[in-house]
Ligand binder design. Sequence first.
Ligand code: NAP
Ligand code: MG
Length: 452
Amino acid sequence: MSTLLTLRNPATEAVIHEMPHATVDDVDAAIAKATAASPAWRKMAPVDRSRLLRRFADTVAAHADELAEIETRNMGMPIGNSRWCANMVADVLHYFSGAVEKHTGSSIPVAGGVDITFHEPLGVVGLITPWNFPMLMASWKVGPALAAGNTAVLKPAEITPLSSMRLAELALEAGIPDGVFNVVVGPGSTVGWRLVEHPDVRKVAFTGSTEVGKRLMKGCADQVKRLTLELGGKSANIVFADADIEKAAAAAPGAVFDNSGQDCCSRSRVLVQRSVFDRFMELFIDASKAWTVGDPMSPDTAMGPLVTAGHLAAVRQFSDGLETVYTGEVPTGPGYWHPVMIATPAYDAPVCHEEIFGPVVVVIPFDDEADAIRICNDSIYGLSGSVWTRDGSKALRVVRAMDSGTLSVNSNSSVRYSTPFGGFKQSGLGREHSMQVLDHYTELKNVFIATD
Ligand code: NAP
Ligand code: MG
């Protein structure tokens, strides 16, 4: 039996790459390199660290088309989306290059002296990312980790490592010193877990499933290791009767079918006020017909395949036999295809409550504001969500009442690198993006200096 990691193009099932799995020894070697690189990186003049990160951003931007092709071949994301992601990676790195000199401490009035605070880098941080937005998730962690003065070992999902590997090469090309940003490609249970276990790794930043996140939390307890978690979701898209129904219905498919539904922020529960339910459904189904599934290398494709045969089987556990009000079409022949599906199942069906991570959406009617909030919050998750209404006060009341971390009003777009991102409840711990994330990549040190 081969011990090679074999990567397949999910649209063709053709083998695109083979490489050895990293071992625990390889992780230890990467941690040793990151440890050796740490003192110089943390002591580097902030302006120089900032400049190197900006050069990294520019290098990524110059290779955006190449990175996009790698991503599409490896995980099946439509090429237009992959290009958007590659440019976003550059923007994220650019943002954090500018943050290096702006994450400042403070002085606090005290008696008998002065009191000052410092944000100290942690040292070596372990970054573990999922397969759904491989290079984007990598940048969300590498950007702030390096900007804060840490060195990093990134473990991407083993099935989609190629764009992360290329990012590490581009970092070197841009002049980031060797050892500052390391990538190890191996299974989560051994290689990923080593980052949890290894005493020289001071923090783990994880994006992935709630199930694995819980395991990591237990693993980090032994060393009281710093941990941030971006986990699963079952986000609600709430449409009130007084909303612009046309606009809400036109936007709803993208909020759940984008990236084949393999999106933690997917608005996979659409909650619609009963008086406009039929009208909304008609428009929603109509708009969903544009979500044609096909070759992700074609610029006209709205939706590509699912990432692997295994993930396709997992999504089918929910969708096989599901009574739908609309099911789209899929190509024939090889590829891990799944159609878009809209269903209105009984509320106690598992599809209404569990994260599917595929292009399957449930639509649930509600009676009034209190009912909408109750249904929205009836979930172990609380990552994202939307509210559609023309009543500004109601919009504010409802978003304040939603147990979710990253919301939007009259839009389904809520994730930006300059604004905090993260989940309530079992959707996570800590926040990514914005200046706030730097607090999760540093320790706050307080010093009193006697002057009297
Ligand atoms: P996953 O199975 O939890 O895996 C995520 C990462 O953790 C992979 O790199 C995986 O490695 C690694 N891993 C698995 N077991 C591990 C262990 N015992 N110790 C250390 N690392 C381990 O998640 P996924 O299937 O890749 O991604 C889908 C999930 O991610 C969904 O639940 C989705 O909602 C969530 N997600 C959340 C966000 C967010 O920002 N909140 C964003 C995107 C995705 P291998 O796969 O290589 O074994
Ligand atoms: Mg998984």
